[in-house]
Design a protein around this ligand. Structure first.
Ligand code: SF4
Length: 233
């Protein structure tokens, strides 16, 4: 198949993990995959189950509507950090506050990737200090150093699951698969709000090789955005 994603892109790894888990759990016939626009939307050509493309930042609204009407379906929300934490932060906060039935994957690469690498709320200077593409963050110094951590925003709500993993080496990818599988199990068997954030390479916009991008995430970005399970209720 024609490969639409750049070399070393984390979306490919995320989708392969998600697809493995869906098939292992024999859920393919029930899945509706809701994708945000931009690089996320390219995944619509990688799957052979029902999928929909949503307006930017509105994935959770769309999936909540689907789940309300089609309780038997496994409705998956897949979006980038710009969509989830900037354009869609209102939906995110209130869906978590209500503990809505949600299974969400959020790709954290700190950027709006398809449109040239404008910074998302998750951008941190410490991780991207080698980046020289002329785009500067308008975030204030606190966020450029500390990052925008979703666990600080929704971690006090009574949600079912919240975790972060990194799509880098085998050890971290195995952890990512475990977290995604746990979140999907909870969504299917218990319900409630379940979210896994994935630190994800975008070598094209970092202007690094895929290998250097992975090293940067492991050595720097994961020190700002800690990997682990924050809520497993
Ligand atoms: S621009 Fe970045 S996020 Fe988009 S496909 Fe390329 S590597 Fe992946």
């Amino acid at each position: 198949m024609y490969d639409l994603l750049c070399a070393g892109c984390g979306h490919r790894t995320a989708m392969m993990l998600l697809d493995d888990i869906i098939r292992e759990k024999n859920l393919k016939e029930k899945v509706i995959l809701a994708l945000d626009v931009a690089c996320c939307s390219l995944l619509i050509d990688y799957v052979d189950y029902d999928s929909i493309m949503c307006a930017h930042g509105r994935v959770l609204d769309v999936t909540k509507g689907y789940k309300e009407m089609r309780r038997e379906n496994v409705v998956i929300s897949y979006m980038g950090d710009g969509a989830a934490y900037s354009i869609g932060i209102e939906e995110m906060v209130h869906a978590a506050r209500r503990n809505d039935d949600v299974f969400a994957i959020v790709i954290n690469n700190g950027l709006y990737s398809m449109t040239g690498g404008q910074v998302a709320p998750t951008y941190v200077d410490v991780a991207y200090s080698g980046r020289e593409n002329g785009i500067n963050s308008s975030a204030d110094d606190y966020y450029k150093e500390k990052g925008f951590k979703i666990e600080d925003i929704i971690g006090k709500f009574s949600i079912k699951y919240l975790a972060r993993a990194a799509l880098t080496d085998k050890e971290n990818i195995d952890i990512a698969k475990k977290y995604i599988s746990t979140a999907l199990n909870k969504y299917v068997n218990v319900g409630g709000f379940n979210l896994v954030e994935l630190l994800s390479p975008c070598p094209t916009n970092y202007k690094m090789t895929p290998k250097d991008t992975v090293n940067m995430i492991n050595d720097k970005l994961s020190k700002v955005y800690q990997i682990g399970e924050f809520i497993n209720g």
